[in-house]
Design a protein around this ligand. Structure first.
Ligand code: 7TS
Length: 440
């Protein structure tokens, strides 16, 4: 690292409640939610004259001041295009950008920082696997196995590939409690399976999927495993080896980082066998008018100017998460899941979908309020300052399986509190009274 880059870190190191954070430092301190909340200015906002209760972190998380500051600092002090110039700013920008690959590797336990590819988000990461790995390889007779609780971004690319390549798509069904039917999974995963593409945590129900068990089945059948970690990597310790993943996809914006950044991690020997998805600058070694040769991995899969400023700020988000400890984040959220299930269960007319046991859930409460449309629930809650999502959550097959058009979804993160879930429950009682009185 150049002197100026080092001073970048030492002069303006990331601070979290109680002190500075060195990159990757596992400084453990008590999980102090009040102190954490002070890092998120948006949480002090008023909405409709009431304190904001932000319960939509599964859609996108809020960002701490440290991440916002890093973004500004990068543009202010280091901005230049990466991998190009010999000039100082470009060298600094390149070092900062490339340094984040190592932060990602350390977060998810990969073997090499070169296995980390930056994309625009989980959606692009999955499409990169569909185009770069599956498209060149799969032929009629081959099967891709997904589940009924996938986000659309882990359904649609496989349907497109099915229609183009004539492969078959097999779907592990969901049971009424939102868990997957593993008996059926054992029947579906077999010699024809080439890829298991599975979510780790459902964004629509909160279900934690036993990925390792399914991954072992897939590997025994000779298939590869793509894990959609969009709702797990931000919230719990995730280790690619323990998970049994060959690919892992996730998004920075759901884990305190900027929008427009995602990761595709892949095992090196698998990445080496892949074709580029997009062609252009940076991904080539040589270009003549007749032909081109590909750059080394990971650059082969990052055509064009990457989103380097946001990637650098994403590095600060990872520092922040690792300093708190993902195990502590998970413990905090499990406490909130316990509390949320209890207080929502006490509201007359509320049905919470998904697994009963807290340990089998992420920090997502997807629910129905009897007799009230989810959009009305969402709007009434918003008038109380409570931000939730209403709709199909980009998981229409889950809605079909539940037999509803939509649900209301509240989702928590490391800055969420029990009183915020109490405010949600109070808002739901008010909503039920309001629509009950207004009803026929
Ligand atoms: N997979 C899962 C499990 C997700 O929750 C999401 C986004 C994606 C993939 C796609 O991520 P993206 O960053 O590429 O959009 N989920 C949600 C959500 O639940 N509400 O808004 C986006």
């Amino acid at each position: 690292m150049s002197t100026s880059t080092a001073s970048h870190e030492s002069a303006d190191g990331v601070t979290i409640p109680g002190g500075r954070v060195a990159a990757g430092a596992g400084a453990r301190r008590p999980f102090d939610v009040a102190a954490i909340r002070r890092d998120f200015p948006i949480l002090r906002r008023q909405v409709e004259g009431k304190p904001l209760v932000y319960l939509d972190s599964a859609a996108t998380s809020q960002r701490p001041v440290q991440v916002l500051a890093e973004l500004t600092r990068f543009y202010r002090d280091h901005n230049a295009n990466v991998h190009r110039g010999v000039h100082t700013l470009s060298v600094e920008a390149t070092e900062l950008y490339e340094g984040v690959r190592e932060k990602v590797r350390a977060l998810i336990g990969g073997a090499s920082a070169r296995e980390v590819i930056f994309t625009r988000g989980t959606t692009e990461s999955i499409n990169l696997v569909a185009h770069g790995w599956a498209r060149a390889r799969l032929a009629p007779g081959d099967e891709v196995v997904i589940s009924e609780i996938e986000h659309h971004s882990n359904i649609v690319p496989w349907q497109m590939l099915r229609d183009e390549r004539g492969i078959a798509l097999r779907v592990i069904p969901m049971r009424s409690d939102g868990t997957l039917d593993l008996d059926v999974a054992r029947e579906l995963i077999g010699p024809r399976t080439r890829l298991l593409a599975i979510t780790h945590v459902s964004n629509a129900l909160g279900t934690v999927v036993p990925v390792r068990e399914l991954a072992d089945l897939a590997h025994e059948a000779g298939a590869l495993v793509l894990v959609d970690g969009a709702q797990s990597v931000p919230h719990m310790p995730v280790d690619v080896t323990e998970l049994g993943a060959d690919f892992l996809a996730f998004s920075a914006h759901k884990m305190l980082g900027p929008t427009g950044v995602g990761v595709l991690w892949g095992r090196m020997e698998v990445l080496e066998s892949m074709q580029p998805f997009m062609g252009g600058g940076d991904m080539i070694l040589t270009v003549s008018l007749e032909r081109s040769t590909w750059n080394e991995i990971p650059h082969r899969f990052e055509a064009g100017t990457p989103n380097f400023a946001d990637v650098v700020a994403f590095g600060t988000a990872i520092d922040y998460l690792r300093a708190l400890g993902l195990d502590a984040v998970r413990r905090h959220e499990l406490d909130l899941v316990d509390h949320g299930l209890a207080v929502l269960g006490d509201v007359p007319g509320v049905t919470v979908h998904g697994p009963r046991e807290a340990e089998r859930r992420g920090g997502v409460f997807s629910f129905s309020l009897e007799g009230v449309h989810p959009h009305d629930v969402g709007q009434t809650l918003s008038s109380e300052g409570v931000a939730v999502r209403a709709g199909h959550h980009c998981a229409q097959p889950v809605m079909q399986s539940l037999g509803v058009a939509a649900t209301t979804r509240a989702s928590v993160y490391l800055y969420s509190t029990r009183p915020e879930l109490d405010a949600l429950a109070a808002g739901l009682r008010m909503t039920a009274r309001f629509f009950g009185d207004a009803g026929p």
